[in-house]
Design a protein around this ligand. Structure first.
Ligand code: PLP
Length: 434
């Protein structure tokens, strides 16, 4: 399988090049040259297969030319060392819990798969790989922990100062070793802009082997299809339509779902659920995509004003608005609505949702209320509630316990390099340190 840039479909590169470059040289995002369709036999027997077997079958279609099957098996086993259960919540509503990985958020899937791929590719060259990652919270921790002590790699995390929770911050500012944290005086979009600019800076890239670990990297996207197949296989939907509601920021998770559907998984509809950073729902309502500065919310991993995977969604549908609007519904919710959903589900079912999952729950319920499809709904729970303990406890009047995996970070001292949002300052730091 080859990969092309969304800005130039005729220029094709190997998986290795797509993964090590991250962003294409023309600033486009890499896409697989075609979306492979899985055999009917495989799809019919999904429920007899393990998560590892499913992930292998899906991944192999994309990696066949670059990664030997035995190596891919090892990579999958290393990536998925935790379950992704579908938990029944109320009648016809399930939570797909993607937070059972080491940093308790769904980004562990993408980050761990990518670190394994890069480790494999770094092994075949002599130059160290420097991974730049802009984070609004969870990406930084998943990537930093995924790459910790992976030989031949160094990670630089950029995050907006004061705009991530303490637990999130501690997970990527206390690791040391091959992980450096830059604390940017700005918002998430500034961090993302700095990273993008570094890739276009020839002076820098001629000296340092830079790559990105944001959701723009194709190695992050591929594993985000696995769990849609797995979740679907564990529901007993029969012929009833299955709807997935995905709490969205940069839209990597939802794009993974769209790819799963294109590969043959019969998902009826996707719901793009957002907080008030509703650029995508606005696009569906108005046909116009208008990026804007992000606003801070309690579901801060979705505080994104210019969703980077929008280019991929357009590409998947050849820019055809009507098809996009048929496949994906978009709804946005305020913090107040989010908190009241958290309270409602907690009081009725004693289930603790984190704010991101709660936004997805709201989107699912809204769709089901407005559309009488007799479907089975799955809302994607992207983070363990303890990652947002302050807001969860304040909202539910609880004292939820912090799992040991998270607890261990809290007692550690953070080490960061504070920086302005100015590119010159950022590039100077990179030149000096790497
Ligand atoms: C990153 C993240 C999201 C948003 O995912 P995208 O792929 O960027 O749309 C949602 N919830 C949590 C907890 C996250 O960390």
């Amino acid at each position: 399988m080859k990969f092309y840039s969304t800005n130039n479909p005729s220029l094709k590169v190997s998986l290795r090049q797509a993964v090590t470059e991250g962003l294409a040289p023309d600033n486009g995002l890499y896409m697989p040259e075609r979306i492979p369709v899985l055999s009917k036999d495989f799809l019919d027997k999904l429920n007899q297969k393990t998560f590892h077997e499913i992930a292998f079958e899906v991944a192999e279609k994309f990696t066949d030319e670059d990664i030997p099957a035995a190596e891919l098996k090892r990579i999958i086993q290393h990536t998925i060392q935790f379950d992704a259960p579908v938990v029944p919540i109320e009648r016809d509503v399930y939570a797909l819990e993607l937070f059972h990985g080491p940093t308790l958020a769904f980004k562990d899937f993408g980050a761990r798969f990518m670190s394994q791929l890069l480790g494999f590719f770094a092994n075949q060259q002599d130059k160290e790989i420097v991974i730049l990652v802009a984070t609004s919270g969870d990406t930084g921790s998943a990537v930093a922990n995924g790459f910790l002590d992976v030989p031949g790699t160094k990670v630089v995390v950029l995050y907006p100062s004061g705009k991530v929770s303490e637990i999130q911050e501690k997970q990527f500012t206390t690791l040391g070793h091959n992980i450096t944290a830059l604390e940017i005086n700005g918002n998430f979009d500034d961090c993302q802009r700095l990273v993008k600019q570094a890739f276009l800076d020839r002076k820098l890239t001629s000296r340092i082997f830079l790559t990105s670990a944001n959701s723009i990297n194709i190695a992050r996207l591929i594993p985000q299809s696995f769990y849609y197949f797995y979740a679907y296989s564990r529901l007993t939907a029969g012929s009833r339509p299955v709807i997935f509601s995905v709490p969205s920021g940069n839209f990597g998770n939802l794009t993974g779902g769209l790819i799963a559907k294109r590969m043959g998984l019969p998902i009826y509809k996707f719901i793009a659920s957002t907080n008030i950073n509703d650029v995508f729902p606005q696009y569906l309502a108005s046909r116009r995509f208008t990026p804007r500065t992000s606003l801070q919310t309690i579901s801060n991993a979705m505080d994104v004003g210019n969703p980077s995977n929008f280019a991929r969604i357009l590409d998947l549908f050849n820019g055809d608005f009507d098809t996009i609007a048929r496949e994906i519904m978009g709804y946005a919710f305020s913090d107040e609505e989010t908190k009241s959903a958290m309270r409602d589900i907690y009081s009725r079912f004693q289930y603790v949702m984190d704010p991101h999952g709660a936004v997805a729950y709201l989107g699912l319920k809204k769709f089901m209320k407005e559309n009488d499809v007799n479907g089975i709904g799955v809302f994607v729970e992207t983070a363990h509630p303890a990652k947002f303990k302050e807001v969860v406890d304040r909202t539910l009047k609880t004292e939820i316990t912090i799992p040991p995996k998270l607890e261990k970070f809290l007692g550690r001292e953070k080490t960061t390099i504070p920086l302005s949002a100015d590119y010159e300052e950022f590039s100077a730091i990179l030149s000096r340190n790497f």
